[in-house]
Design a binder for this molecule. Structure first.
Ligand code: PEP
Length: 249
């Protein structure tokens, strides 16, 4: 009942020519077996809107601010994001949390504002290596999810996509094993079940962290893994096509 979703986080990479080459190869190779979304740097959103016209491939921004307008230099309002045809907003990526100091409270504000704008938040959560090694993975993830639950309530999780991304697996080449990932995904689903089982059954929970074509099928085959959020491998056309095509619908 939950259709697999595979998303590409291009981070701060690319240029017009390389984007077009990547999009062309993706449009040719993708077999449509999953829902897909691409998060380019925001300046390239018009390029994606044009290139992806007439396809089912969605796109979104890697970050946006929760205020409607005003003196927030450097930020993007969600109304602007919507005006340019985005469907998704990536929120709380670990790089935003770590490098730009985003707190759980700010992440929750952004999720609420994204929903209010009629867009889909992709909420990233996950523990650092130190947290995993000290046995607090579940506490960390629960705190991150609870902050959003407290702000928007469980019903919003019919729309929100959760991306579990262990920080130690992002960009490191160290993918969590399918079993390690499934354990945390099941834990996240149980947190939602405790609030509303019917909603929890619909929430898509993606895995992110060094997903490659070689690991995608085993990850996506786990009962609570509903797709992936892919960074590095999404910049390599063949790899990303193979990851998306590994989804079984
Ligand atoms: C990410 O940036 O969300 C990510 C999962 O990156 P990578 O696939 O490179 O680990």
């Amino acid at each position: 009942m939950r259709r697999t979703l595979v998303a590409a986080n291009w981070k701060m990479n690319g240029n017009k020519a390389s984007n077009e080459a990547l999009l062309d190869a993706f449009k040719k190779g993708f077999d449509g077996s999953a829902d897909t979304a691409i998060f380019p740097p925001a300046l390239y959103i018009p390029q994606l809107a044009e290139s992806l016209k007439g396809t089912d491939i969605a796109f979104g921004v890697q970050n946006a601010y929760f205020q409607e307008s005003g003196a927030f230099t450097g930020e993007l309002a969600l109304s602007m994001v919507k005006e340019f045809g985005c469907q998704y907003v990536l929120i709380g990526h670990s790089e935003r949390r770590e490098i730009f100091g985003e707190t759980d409270a700010l992440v929750a504000e952004k999720v609420a504002a994204t929903l209010a704008a009629g867009l889909i938040p992709m909420l990233c959560v996950g523990e650092t290596l130190a947290e995993r090694e000290s046995g607090v993975t579940e506490t960390v993830v629960k705190t991150q999810i609870d902050a959003v639950l407290a702000k928007v309530g469980i019903a919003a999780f019919e729309t929100i996509v959760v991306a579990y991304e262990p920080v130690w697996a992002i960009g490191t080449g160290k993918t969590a094993s399918p079993e390690q990932a499934q354990e945390v995904h099941a834990f996240i689903r149980q947190l939602l079940v405790a609030e509303d089982a019917a909603v929890a059954a619909k929430t898509r929970i993606l895995y992110g962290g060094s997903v490659k074509a070689a690991s995608a099928e085993a990850l996506f085959g786990q009962p609570d893994i509903d797709g992936g959020l892919v960074g590095g491998a999404s910049l390599i056309a063949d790899e990303f096509v193979a990851i998306c095509n590994a989804a079984q619908g």
